[in-house]
Design a binder for this molecule. Structure first.
Ligand SMILES: NC(=O)c1ccc[n+]([C@@H]2O[C@H](COP(=O)([O-])OP(=O)(O)OC[C@H]3O[C@@H](n4cnc5c(N)ncnc54)[C@H](OP(=O)(O)O)[C@@H]3O)[C@@H](O)[C@H]2O)c1
Length: 274
């Protein structure tokens, strides 16, 4: 059983999940089925990934109860705005083939477009209507979170941000924690190399007889962050999940937090995708 973390709305989020970008529908269906089979319950997709249909097929085909799964998807930049968010969500829900979605996130803030407040108001309505259980954001900065909360009077449950040993986000982790928002980590493995081949990471892995990926994911779990590593390989899916039976000591946590080199993805103040 995967541990869970309580969100500020009372719902419980699995402490680790499966990323699905850049899988197509067929890859997503088979990856999600094998992931559920080895114990994953949190699945992360997005309208923009083009694989919600495949994720939905896996949910329909698995023997695991819908109520035990936690399906998260995201609003694309092209659909920011109140009415367009409602319509976009309905399209996502149809592709997923679900009665409700567990977590709906604004994928990027797009400050130049300046419509994320309207989108979040629509997401509050979706939650009130019972179509979404929890609402949140992705790639939001301190200032954007404050603006959102001030304008809507509601708090996101989750902020999904780029986070891995080369970009450990100490500042945003503190901001999220101060607002009682759970931080999810995207690209939690730094997309593979060079994080996983770093000699210090390998040294800690050897000391615990685990893999470098397990050390990285364990470091994130101990930071209180929810990683969503992507793998289509059932063996790597299984091993990425096996991070709850060893503990990094303070010195190892300090070493892992000292590998900063910078982000690999976009800057939320500037990045635009639609
Ligand atoms: N909100 C956002 O803006 C945003 C942005 C980017 C990503 N995301 C989400 O975050 C998820 C994860 O991020 P990501 O896919 O960019 O990066 P990631 O999870 O850090 O890395 C994925 C890569 O690592 C490999 N891998 C997985 N497990 C491994 C292991 N145990 N040992 C060695 N290699 C391993 C995978 O290959 P195999 O598949 O071959 O195992 C894949 O090439 C995405 O899938 C997506 O759901 C969100």
């Amino acid at each position: 059983m995967i541990p869970t973390i309580e969100l500020n709305d009372g719902n419980r989020l699995p402490a680790i999940g499966l990323g699905t970008y850049p899988m197509n529908d067929d890859e997503a269906r088979s990856a999600v089925l094998s992931a559920i089979d080895v114990g994953y319950r949190l699945i992360d997709t997005a309208a923009r990934y083009g694989n919600e249909t495949g994720v939905g097929r896996a949910v329909a085909d698995t023997d695991v109860d819908r109520g035990d799964l936690f399906i998260a998807t995201k609003l694309p930049g092209s659909d920011h705005g109140y009415e367009s968010t409602l319509a976009s969500f309905e399209e996502s829900r149809r592709r997923l083939g679900l009665d409700y979605v567990d977590l709906y996130l604004i994928h990027w803030p797009l400050p130049r477009i300046d419509k994320y407040v309207d989108s979040f108001k629509a997401m509050i309505k979706l939650r009130d209507d019972g179509l979404v259980r929890s609402i949140g954001v992705s790639n939001f900065t301190d200032e954007q979170l404050r603006h959102l909360i001030r304008e809507t009077g509601a708090r996101p449950s989750v902020n999904q941000i780029e986070l891995h040993p080369a970009f450990n986000q100490a500042g945003m982790r503190a901001v999220d924690a101060g607002m009682d928002i759970v931080t999810q980590a995207w690209s939690p493995l730094g997309r593979g190399k060079p994080v996983l081949s770093h000699p210090l990471v390998r040294g800690i892995a050897d000391a615990h007889s685990v893999s470098p990926a397990q050390v990285v994911l364990r470091w994130e779990v101990q930071l209180g962050v929810v990683p969503i590593p992507k793998s289509g390989d059932p063996d790597r899916q299984r091993s990425n999940l096996a991070v709850f039976d060893f503990t990094l000591d303070d010195e190892q946590m300090r070493v892992m937090s000292g590998l900063e080199t910078g982000r690999i993805g976009g800057d939320p103040d500037e990045h635009e995708e639609f």
